[in-house]
Design a protein around this ligand. Structure first.
Ligand code: ATP
Length: 249
């Protein structure tokens, strides 16, 4: 259930890279059972915050990175298996490369079926589409079997219908998640809470039931915001285009 025990609290934490602080004196709480959408324009610090959460929550986290972190030369099966590499001995892992372990194969095949990757287990990741690679990265994170899912734009390269399906699969295995996104509608329809970063601050931290698209638009510079084309408040970019066409720019 959303809003129960806190899994993590940041209290005036300075978050950044090395000595460079990007999000100063950040305070937030991640509650057990809560699905959080993490929003903010490119460079706002979403990945940086996810990395900080990941290091604090360590062994509890199923991690799906933005760059996918897949090994292109290896087959889908081996890339997914990597989700549990640390649970086996080096020798077992090496042997599995040569001769896949039967139980792991069955489990990964079932997972890949669910993710629409059936029939691709032996195919090198280098030969997959962007959306298929994304699903392999999600499969690897799900295979980790951790209680908290942290995803850095895990549904960025799939269509909206598939994005919903993938998020449902993630939810079925993790009561708690923090997912960086660029799809604002999805943030409102699918998540319990929004964390919004802007100008080095947590500008927004609220339950989605209290938010609308205009609240989320405020996280982005005006030129990036989607057009709300009312006569009273024309979108600046649309208005500039109209005036240019009319010759009064
Ligand atoms: N390893 C690093 N060392 C130093 N600075 C970094 C490092 N990684 C990212 N940055 C800087 O931190 C800032 C925030 O980057 P970050 O990747 O967290 O943003 P983001 O919101 O995830 O962006 P995007 O939506 O484009 O993925 C940027 O100015 C970036 O250049």
């Amino acid at each position: 259930m959303a809003g129960s025990a806190p899994l993590l609290r940041l209290d005036n934490a300075d978050i950044g890279h090395g000595r460079r602080v990007l999000l100063a004196r950040l305070s937030l709480t991640l509650n057990a059972g809560e699905r959080v959408a993490l929003l903010g324009q490119s460079g706002a610090g979403k990945s940086t915050l996810l990395a900080a959460l990941r290091s604090r929550l360590a062994g509890d986290v199923a991690w799906c990175p933005q760059s996918h972190g897949l090994v292109p030369q290896l087959a889908v099966y081996h890339n997914v298996y990597m989700g549990r590499l640390e649970r086996h001995s080096a020798l077992a892992n090496l042997w599995n490369l040569v001769r896949p372990e039967r139980r792991a194969w069955t489990e990964i095949a079932a997972l890949c079926d669910e993710l629409g990757l059936d029939g691709l287990l032996k195919r090198p990741v280098a030969q997959l589409s962007g959306g298929q690679r994304q699903r392999v990265a999600i499969a690897r994170a799900l295979y980790q079997q951790r209680r908290i899912f942290l995803g850095d734009e895990p549904v960025a390269s799939v269509d909206p219908h598939q994005a919903l399906r993938l998020l449902a699969l993630i939810d079925a295995r993790h009561a708690t998640s923090v997912v960086a996104l660029h799809q604002r509608e999805l943030a409102l329809t699918h998540f319990d809470r929004v964390w919004g970063l802007r100008d080095g601050r947590l500008e927004l931290d609220a339950p989605t039931r209290e938010l609308n698209l205009a609240d989320l638009d405020r996280l982005y510079p005006a030129a990036d915001a989607p057009p709300h084309c009312t006569a009273d408040a024309p979108h600046p970019a649309a208005d500039a285009r109209r005036r240019a066409v009319a010759g009064d720019a």
